[in-house]
Ligand binder design. Structure first.
Ligand code: ADP
Ligand code: MG
Length: 258
């Protein structure tokens, strides 16, 4: 006889289901509703770009995905698990969902290698030698071989941001969130960071990016979401989005920045 599922038995997630599923998410700060019912499904291996005017709720949305911000209403599932479930292991979620911010916040008194190694050793208590081997490979992957022993202050903004990406990858996440990671960089170092992200996406890492880099979004994204004032105004594959936007708000935005 089959056993009835218990109340807290989550249905098993399988990789053919969305790896991130955002369902009618609302978020208010005080009385101000910043997200007004946002839904989005991301499949494993997809690269999603979120674009939209400043203040439209992009950062809030992606911070909700790794529970840095708690939703007011709605649901967010990562690999089938509700991120706002008070019983959810926050550490497990943080490990699954890596995040890179505009400000890379490396530890200034630690070398690039030490920065990359730190969380797996201190937080996950993993074996130091194993982590170091992984960290060195990741530093090579973000094209910083030779900079292992450099301190953040000795690196360019783009190099520091690539260390921050390697640091996040060292936790072996299943999903990576990028919030305007090139917005604070000198133009000449933006490209090297975008190349790194592009390679990650091409290797099949699930990536959710907030970006103003339209050429990058067109080349790399599988799908584009356009947000305005807390709602998703439209979403489409890049060719359709850029060449055949339907909503006036999207057209106005693209007209201003393209
Ligand atoms: P975007 O990333 O699209 O520029 P944000 O998600 O950062 O937009 O912000 C959307 C709105 O929410 C803004 O008006 C912002 O001031 C407000 N907001 C964001 N975070 C907070 C917070 N922690 N407390 C109060 N208001 C916030
Ligand atoms: Mg933002």
């Amino acid at each position: 006889m089959a056993t009835a599922p218990t109340a807290d038995a989550a249905p098993a997630w399988t990789p053919d289901q969305p790896i991130v599923s955002v369902r009618d998410v609302h978020k208010s700060f005080g009385g101000f509703e910043v997200l007004k019912g946002v839904s989005m499904d991301v499949k494993k291996g997809e690269a999603i770009c979120i674009i939209g005017p400043s203040g439209s709720g992009k950062s809030t949305l992606i911070r909700c995905i790794n529970a840095l911000v708690e939703v007011t209403k709605g649901s967010i599932l990562v690999e089938g698990q509700e991120v706002n479930d008070p019983k959810l292991d926050q550490l497990a979620l943080r490990r699954k969902v890596g995040m890179v911010f505009q400000q890379y916040n490396l530890f200034p008194h630690k070398t690039a290698l030490q920065n990359v190694m730190m969380a797996p050793i201190n937080v996950l208590k993993q074996d130091k030698r194993e982590v170091e081997e992984r960290a060195r490979k990741l530093i090579a992957k973000v094209r910083l071989t030779g900079k292992e022993n450099s301190y953040p202050g000795e690196l360019s903004g783009g190099q520091q941001q690539r260390v921050a990406i390697a640091r996040s990858l060292c936790m072996r996440p299943d999903v990576m969130l990028f919030d305007e990671v090139t917005a604070a960089l000198d133009p000449e170092t933006v490209k090297e960071v975008l190349v790194t992200i592009r390679e990650l996406a091409e290797e099949g890492m699930t990536c959710i990016l907030v970006t103003h880099e339209m050429k990058f979004a067109r080349d790399v994204a599988d799908h584009i979401y356009f947000t305005d004032k807390g709602v998703i105004v439209e979403h489409a594959p890049p060719a359709e989005f850029f060449d055949n936007a339907k909503d006036e708000r999207t057209k106005t935005f693209l007209g201003q920045i393209l």
